[in-house]
Ligand binder design. Structure first.
Ligand SMILES: Nc1nc2c(ncn2[C@@H]2O[C@H](COP(=O)(O)OP(=O)(O)OP(=O)(O)O)[C@@H](O)[C@H]2O)c(=O)[nH]1
Length: 300
């Protein structure tokens, strides 16, 4: 299994600075790192920085962020990365500063990779200066900024050097009020020990089944596998009965009476079925909060 970490954080918060160091540290651990990167625009400056620094498998998603280019292109990128570099141990995905964490996770959780990727969590770089000035952000950007904090599994409060000790103490308190679950470390130039992040993220995870990323985490995932074809009506009844904290679902499902699998998608209360032209092992990925007790068929 490949350990996967999503790097989230606002534009300019220090994600690339963090990434360069993490790659270096994973290399020193004798493990093979890889990077999936995306950024708005044609030219990916960050990936040039990383490539100059390190020999590291790198795939870019240009022309849009991981959430808007859609899961399909991320799947294709991941597929080619896994094929081209079969020995990858740790994969970092740098999402654009404008990506919503749920959307980013959604793109990574493909039922196709459920057996290969162990999505460990979201590392959010919080720009401490930006936090102080957050009232200057537009409503939409402020909401995104806060969502990135809220859904983090580990937080770096970066640019600590630019704040006074009092400011830093007060920002730390405010940020941890927003997400009291994720450990927070104050950093300058995103300097941090990767093994510490690994330890903290692992410690926070609940016992795992299949590829679930810790059901106790604020934002988690869970994979359900189905041996037998599924009755569509019963399945949709079950979907409607799920709590609001299930944000997304997608999977390949073999329906009763169908020869081939269907691609099932769920978002914002809407379900969508698309017929495929082959049989794919039936697996459903859920993304949300408090997923541990969710099973199909539901327990009576
Ligand atoms: N003073 C100070 N500057 C920092 C710190 N961390 C990063 N920077 C600077 O902030 C700028 C942005 O850092 P990056 O690592 O490129 O941030 P990013 O989040 O990847 O930026 P985007 O790619 O725009 O999303 C660079 O000029 C860094 O040198 C810090 O802790 N203190």
């Amino acid at each position: 299994m490949i350990d996967v970490y999503l790097l989230s954080g606002f534009l300019g918060s220090g994600k690339t600075s963090l990434l360069v160091q993490l790659i270096d540290q994973v290399n020193k651990q004798g493990r093979q790192p890889a990077v999936l990167m995306n950024e708005f625009g044609e030219l990916n400056i960050d990936s040039q920085i990383v490539e100059e620094k390190e020999e590291v498998p790198l795939k870019e998603l240009l022309n849009g962020c991981i959430c808007c280019t859609g899961a399909e292109s991320t799947e294709a990128q991941l597929q080619s990365l896994l094929t081209d570099y079969p020995n990858v141990d740790v994969l970092f995905i740098e999402t654009t500063g404008a990506a919503h964490p749920v959307e980013s996770l959604d793109a990574v959780y493909s039922p196709l990779f459920a057996d290969q990727l162990d999505v460990k969590g979201i590392i959010t770089v919080v720009d401490a200066m930006r936090w102080l000035d957050r009232d200057k952000l537009s409503q939409r950007m402020l909401a995104l900024f806060l969502e990135q904090v809220r859904h983090a599994h580990f937080m770096l409060l970066n640019k600590a050097d630019l704040l006074t000790a009092d400011q830093l103490a007060s920002v730390t308190m405010q940020v941890t009020q927003f997400n009291s679950f994720a450990p927070l470390v104050q950093t300058t130039n995103a300097k941090i020990d990767f093994s510490y992040i690994e330890k903290m993220v692992d410690a926070a995870s609940a016992p795992k089944h299949a590829i679930s990323t810790g059901s106790g985490l604020p934002l988690a995932s869970k994979v359900l596998s189905f041996e037998k074809p599924i009755n569509q009506e019963h399945f949709e009844d079950w979907v409607r009965s799920l709590p609001d904290t299930v944000y997304r679902m997608k999977g390949y499902i073999q329906l009763e009476g169908s020869r081939y699998s269907h691609l099932f998608q769920y978002a914002y209360g809407m379900v969508n079925w698309i017929p495929e032209y082959m049989q794919i092992p039936s697996k459903l990925v859920l993304i949300g909060e408090q997923l541990s007790s969710i099973e199909y068929p539901p327990e009576k």
